[in-house]
Design a protein around this ligand. Sequence first.
Ligand SMILES: [Zn+2]
Length: 328
Amino acid sequence: MQTLEQIRAKLHDYPIEVTFPNIAEWQVGNTGVDYVHTFDSGVAGPHAMILALTHGNEVSGAITVDKLLRAGLRPLKGRLTLAFGNVEAYRRFDSSAPDASRFIDEDMNRVWATERLDSSDDSQELRRARALRPIIDSVDFLLDLHSMHEEAPPLMLSGPLEKGIRFATDIGVPEHVIVDAGHANGKRLRDYDAFGDPASPKNALLIETGQHFSIRSKDVALDAASRFLIQTGVVAAADVADFMQRAAPPAQHVFEVTQPVIADTMDFEFTQDFRGLELIARAGTVIARDGDKEIVTPYDDCVIIMPSLRHLGPGVTVMRLARVLNNW
Ligand SMILES: [Zn+2]
């Protein structure tokens, strides 16, 4: 049986192309919650929030929020909140073990069921989520900035609802939008409370900007954050123009996740060097082997979403499978 160390030794090592910003100066905000800064325009309008570091090693978000704070960005109407999530995990980042500081006790993007937040359970991430909760409860539009283990095109995760897909296509970037219901092992912030209620006008998106440590991911994060803020109406386009990519964005494609592929064993291997968004034409194509079991595509034109063995273990989702939605 392979160990996780043996599996990781075979994976691509990505260079750390970006500088991790020192965010200590943002600890004392103006909300009573560390690392949360809210600016009120004094004019009626929605409350828009950009959150970085839900995962501690996803630095493109930290660079983005740091830059927007440093630029002194202020809202035109409504309120703007700029915040850092799992700062404790970010502080522990070690370039010799870059995957280790995703979280400390548990994944902070799986704790957002209200029952879990209300429970007596305790973890570093639950304490931080509970501190952020009153702020998030007042947010109308949220963008949660993430990045990926492997180098791959950026993805906007809209959640399962039509309002999320509409929001992602109104923003217009990135090119690929993933419609998905999240994970069985805990609720994401994107799906928290009113964000997951089709009757509520509140809306949230999660962007995966590319590989954690690439320059490109940082550029994608800044561009998407700017376009998100313009779309909410909270920020003037001219105030974020410097952070946006010059080229007009390409037409978007929308994919609906139908199922996860969950590993049963440590002897799990993909049959190709999947990076994500590969389209497998024929149903029944073998895409992975898990011990003695072959994993095949369940339908024609099946799309591979976020394949990674970096956190392999029995019960771990190692890729998801999606259909192309053509009516968006
Ligand atoms: Zn993440």
